[in-house]
Write a protein that binds this ligand. Sequence first.
Ligand SMILES: [Ca+2]
Ligand SMILES: [Ca+2]
Ligand SMILES: [Ca+2]
Length: 226
Amino acid sequence: MKKTVLTSLAILCLFLMGLRLSIQTARAEGQAITIDGDPSDWEALGLRPVATDPPYNIESYHDTCADLLECWVYNDTSNLYFMIKVRGGYPSDWDNTAYLITIDADRNENTGNELGWDYSVFSKDAQAFTMVWNEEILDWDKLEDINVAAGSIGHIEFRVSLESMDLSEEIDLVYGTYDDILSEGVNSVTVNHVSVIPEFPSLLILPLFMIATLLATVIYRRKQQT
Ligand SMILES: [Ca+2]
Ligand SMILES: [Ca+2]
Ligand SMILES: [Ca+2]
């Protein structure tokens, strides 16, 4: 009898531990990335830039905010996040500069446009949207408006829904700045082999833990009966 009570208590403890783990994971996910131009959420997740670019490597007649410094990327179960850091006061120079992130979604240069790019993120005037390459008209189609925000020290964050794009587990990216008045690319950085495997959804942890606990109980009881 004593043994059964102890076993039940042990199972209850394990169940509560699973519940706690599930709640903690869900909380952590909820805090992931806020699109506000503040990089502290990226730093809190222990993330680092996937690429950096030297300062002052643009022509002097371009806006300082076209000088790319850092490229960041991160994804959770539902979104792909990008952040770029540019030089100079921001967003005061926003007018002339556009920001582009192009995506080779299958790492295949034979699909998408002539460079193999299948999707792109375009941002200008504090607005942003995604585009998909249309094989039939050989041009970009707008997909949807997305969240974008710029901070005071040159960070610009974007959030793209994973559902809106058909991405392989590894993608290639090009981060670029564009002078919209002179119609010319200013500064760009290529980042290959970016992994976009979705994180394990926290919602599944609790049901899986309950099933495991039930199975353990059944096996234990059967063992006791024999
Ligand atoms: Ca942020
Ligand atoms: Ca640069
Ligand atoms: Ca491609």
